[in-house]
Design a protein around this ligand. Structure first.
Ligand code: URA
Length: 239
């Protein structure tokens, strides 16, 4: 792989800012193939060199994969003249790596959103052919019933002609307001909200809790993110 500046390689892990990297190098805390790095501008092949930062060996990953616990109020986009995007939640070092959200959550929807710069795998995860399940927690106005579950299972054609494939509605609680998990294999525009509205149970709150074999990390506070482990990325690949 082509050589890159050491500060860039280390900062791209997202664990240290470029400023922190400079300090670490100055204090002899960065070793390249066993020798202290000369300066932040020193170049190395990130795949071939053994880079140790603060005693920790870097495992270079060609692509970045991030799990974000999206808060309401952010657009699932990379740029928007009018409002905040999910990229605004990332550290400065991560904003110029070509990261983009894997699919979209509505501005008011919260929960699991993946960000990556690996176009091929992102595309596969979203492709309807690959049938990657997405699970949402929904709170709705109105009493969810067994008929609603059957209508979801049968698939439905909405008033505006949108054809929705079979989906799973699992009622968690039912009353004046109800709660449910909705599992979809597709990702049409506002799909969960539209399906529930069609059943006369408008969504009051929506959160994505699962995508494929990845569950929203319960230790990840709203608005925060973490890197996927190599194992988690491999698991996504196996889908
Ligand atoms: N379905 C919706 O209606 N909104 C989302 O954000 C995701 C799925």
């Amino acid at each position: 792989m082509e050589k890159q500046r050491l500060d860039k390689i280390i900062a791209s892990t997202g664990k240290w800012s470029r400023k922190e990297v400079k300090n670490l190098i100055r204090h002899g805390q960065v070793l390249v193939d066993g020798l202290p790095a000369a300066g932040p501008e020193e170049k190395a092949d990130p795949e071939a060199a053994e880079i140790v930062v603060n005693g920790e060996r870097l495992t270079y990953q060609r692509y970045t994969w991030i799990m974000l616990n999206k808060p309401a109020g952010y657009l699932s986009a990379t740029e928007d003249g009018r409002g905040k995007t999910v990229l605004d939640l990332l550290a400065q070092e991560l904003r110029h790596q070509g990261l983009f959200p894997v699919g979209r959550l509505d501005k008011d929807t919260e929960g699991l959103l993946l960000l990556t710069n690996e176009g091929g795998l992102a595309h596969d995860l979203l492709s309807p052919r690959h049938h990657v399940d997405k699970v949402y927690y929904a709170r709705v106005a109105g009493h969810l019933t067994e008929e609603d579950c059957q209508a979801f299972a049968a698939g439905m054609t909405l008033d505006d002609g949108l054809v929705c494939q079979s989906a799973v509605l699992e009622i968690l609680s039912a009353g004046e307001e109800s709660e449910a998990h909705v599992t979809l294999r597709e990702g049409k525009f506002h799909q969960v909200k539209r399906m529930l509205a069609y059943r006369g149970k408008p969504v009051l709150y929506l959160e994505r809790v699962k995508m494929g074999n990845l569950t929203l990390d319960p230790d990840l506070p709203r608005g925060e993110y973490r890197f996927l482990t190599a194992e988690e990325v491999e698991n996504l690949r196996s889908l």
